[in-house]
Structure formats: C-alpha cells, structure tokens
Design a protein around this ligand. Structure first.
Ligand SMILES: NC(=O)c1ccc[n+]([C@@H]2O[C@H](COP(=O)([O-])OP(=O)(O)OC[C@H]3O[C@@H](n4cnc5c(N)ncnc54)[C@H](O)[C@@H]3O)[C@@H](O)[C@H]2O)c1
Length: 416
C-alpha cells in the first residue's frame, strides 16, 4: 500500500473535479459540484451522452438536474470530455454490472482508472463511487502505482452512493455518507470533499469497510424482501392474505417486515448481493438463498398468470418497470414475467406501461394504454405499483380476475 505523505489541503480548497461516468450517479454529482462554484470536467465514453449534455439536455430521468446542468454550462463551470482532464479530485462513477457466472464485472472501473492515470498529479484524490466488491479500491491503487509509480502521495478512497432514483439531487445532499480511504489521510481528504456538498453526516472509515457497507445495505434489502416474498408464498398455500399477516406482525414493536412483490429489480438490489457472495462463497449462505427465493417468487407469479391464459383468459400486465412511478426496466421482474407470459401464450397478453412509448425489445405483447386495455375483458396482473394503477376506480376492477403482486388494490380498499 502507498505510504501516505501529508499534504495539508484545507476544506473548501477544491477548485476542480473530474467526474468519470455521467449517468445517474455521476451527472447529478457533477451538476451539484458545479452549482457550488467548483469547475467540473465531466467524462463519458458514450458520444451520445456527451452530445446530449453539451447541448444542455440530460439523458436520465431526473428532472431537476437539467436546470443545474444548464446553469453550470452557461457559467462555464461544466465541460464534457471523452477523456479525463487534470483536476484535484477524480470521481469514478461508472457501471459495475454482473459478468459471467454472476461475478462482478470491473472492466469499466479499471478502464476509467487507466484513462485517468495520465491526468493525475502529486496529491490528487481519486474517489471510487461505483458499487464495488471488497478490495476494488486497493486494486485501483495497485493499478495506479503500476501506471504512475512516481506518484507516491495520491489519496485513494471509496465513497459509496446511496441515492434513490427520482430523488437523486435531494439525497445527494441530505443522505449520510461513508468515506473510506486506503490511508487515514485519504479518508480525511474524502470526508473533506463530501463536506463541500453533503448536509448529512459523513462517516470516515477504511476503504474495504466502506465497500462492504454499501454491499451490506443492498443485501439487507434483498434478504428482507425475500423474507416477505417467502411469507407470501407460504400464505398463498394456506389461502391467507399475506398483506394482513404482515400488517399485524408489524404491530410488534420490534418487527418490521418489508413488502412482498413479484421479485426484486433494478441494477442495485438484484445485483449487489452477488458481489458479497462471490467474494466469500463458503460463508455466504443466506444471500444466495434470498436470490433463490426471489426467483421462486417470480416463477410462482408467472405460473399463476400462465394458468389463467391456459384457461382462456386474456391477461393485462399492469407495469413493466421494476418499481412504481419510474421508467426503469433494468433487471425488472415485471418485464421478465410479462415477456415470458407473452412468449408462452401468444395473442393472450397485453402490457400497460404508462412510462414507455413503445414495447421494449423482447416483449412479444402489444403495449397499450390503460384505457384501451380496460375497454376489453381480461384478468389484471399487477406487476408494478404505479400510482395511476392504484387510482383505478372499483368499476374498472369489477368482474375481473386479479393477481395483485403489489397489494395496490388491497391498499385502495383500506383507504376506502
Ligand atoms: N443509479 C443509482 O441509483 C445508483 C445508486 C447507488 C450506486 N450506484 C452505482 O453507481 C455506479 C454508476 O451507476 P449509474 O446508475 O450512474 O450508471 P449509468 O449507467 O447511469 O451511467 C454510467 C455512465 O458511465 C459511462 N461509462 C462507462 N464506462 C466508462 C468509462 N470507462 N469512462 C467514462 N465513462 C464510462 C456510461 O457511458 C454511462 O453514461 C454503479 O456502480 C452503480 O451500481 C448507482
């Protein structure tokens, strides 16, 4: 590991930051930094992303970011580049998907590290924000040492991101953060950096702990949602209402069971638990089991809906996004179930996804509007808890078979 050299930068002295990867994490972070008067070089390998941003438009569904970006562009505080530019701080926010055999795929992180190496100078801070397996920050340091051996005083740290899509700008500022350096000096520098724009508390630790903290957060959600889903499968076998069971169990002062659904989606909770399990396969028993429960729940919903189609019903799939009121299809159980149902039962399935204009690739069912879908008879398969579905009047539901994997119509009954 590098020996730290103290270089005593003071809080508030950061003038220029290079943000590598301008997606859901990198772009709002870059725009926020620029709004604090910091010069930001945004870097993305996608020419389409660069062109969109340079024109003052954004490619992510975060409405508030566009105004910030526009102001930053006008003030000359934000510029877009294909390759990293010299700065005092380098933030890496590139994708970390699952690769072959559910192993973490770190190619983007390592490519970004190789690309930023020539722009580095003595004393710079390199901050990895991509969700990463334990040990990745140390791997980055080893690569930089190989590429720039003369730079023995770099500060290298991990700063996991916890933002919720749809509220990213607010959460970037308000959420508590964890900052973990490879050295105490790197931790101090990372904390100092986050204090430039974070109002929540910034907790310092070491890099490997910070990496595991992020993965633990998402694995916690996954395991607990799997528990709720397992309860829903058990309740189904006893013909019991799992929502009522959970509601009553949660009256216990120390119980807080999460909500069941058709399975977990998105590129975080459905993916990150594998990063933990992959790093310690013999110790990780519950995490893979939770993933298996998730698969079982998807399969169960699919078989229930499939049985309706086999019995001659038309099935209206309500929602394709992985969660309510967003257009995000990544790892979406709703899309996976609707696609397989349509493949098995050609002509019997239609999909409603108010956040999309066209059916996504691989879905062999027509995408229709909610009104058009409800003009004809058909069973309702609720896969996503979009508010527009929850507001359907009882008359729209009357006489239809309903598989409500999200409990939205039940909640409607309770409100009434
Ligand atoms: N989106 C979230 O809500 C969220 C929350 C917490 C953590 N994360 C994590 O943050 C990381 C980034 O996620 P995201 O949602 O912003 O991804 P994204 O797909 O929205 O954006 C990533 C961007 O990086 C660019 N890119 C890829 N390789 C590059 C390279 N080598 N150099 C420069 N640019 C490159 C892509 O073109 C893309 O524009 C991931 O590890 C993710 O797991 C995301």
């Amino acid at each position: 590991m590098r020996k730290p050299r103290i270089h005593g930068k003071l809080a508030g002295m950061v003038q220029c930051v290079t943000v590598i990867g301008l997606g859901y994490v990198g772009l709002p972070t870059a725009a926020l930094l620029a709004s604090r008067g910091i010069r930001v070089h945004g870097v993305d390998t996608s020419a389409a992303v660069r062109a969109t941003l340079a024109a003052g438009r954004i490619h992510i569904a975060e409405a508030d970011v566009e105004a910030l970006l526009e102001r930053a562009l006008r003030a000359g505080l934000f510029t877009v580049h294909a390759a990293p530019q010299p700065a005092e701080v380098f933030v890496i926010a590139v994708p970390t998907p699952l690769g072959e055999g559910r192993a973490p795929m770190l190619d983007h992180v390592m490519d970004a590290t190789r690309a930023l190496a020539p722009a580095l100078k003595s004393g710079d801070l390199v901050l990895l924000e991509s969700t990463s397996p334990i040990g990745t920050t140390a791997e980055i340091a080893a690569l930089l040492l190989e590429l720039r051996p003369e730079l023995d005083d770099l500060a290298i740290a991990y700063g996991p991101e916890r933002v919720l899509p749809g509220r990213i700008l607010t959460e970037l500022v308000e959420n508590d953060r964890v900052a973990g350096g490879l050295t105490p000096e790197a931790t101090r520098r990372a904390i100092e950096f986050y204090r430039l724009f974070v109002r929540g508390a910034v907790h310092g630790t070491d890099a490997a702990t910070a990496e595991m903290v992020k993965l633990s957060e998402n694995a916690f959600r996954d395991v607990n949602i799997a528990f709720a889903n397992e309860l829903s499968l058990i309740a189904g076998q006893h013909d019991l209402d799992v929502w009522r069971v959970i509601e009553l169990a949660n009256r216990h002062p120390r119980v807080n069971i999460l909500k069941p659904g058709p399975g977990v989606g998105g590129h975080c909770i459905a993916v990150d638990p594998w990063f933990l399990a992959h790093g310690a396969p013999e110790a990780a028993r519950l995490i893979p089991a939770a993933r298996a429960v998730d698969e079982a729940k998807r399969q169960s919903v699919l078989e229930q809906a499939s049985a309706l189609c086999t019995a001659g019903e038309r099935v209206i799939c309500l929602g394709l996004a992985f969660k309510g009121d967003v257009d995000d299809l990544r790892e979406s159980p709703a899309l996976a179930i609707a696609s397989e149902l349509a493949r098995r039962h050609p002509g019997r399935v239609v999909a409603v996804e108010p956040h999309l204009d066209a059916a996504p690739a691989g879905l062999e069912a027509p995408l229709v509007s909610l009104d058009a879908a409800l003009e004809r008879p058909g069973a309702l398969l609720v896969l996503t808890d979009h508010s527009v579905f929850a507001r359907l009047p009882p008359s729209a539901l009357a006489g239809r078979r309903i598989i409500d994997t999200r409990g939205i119509f039940r909640r409607q009954e309770e409100t009434a």
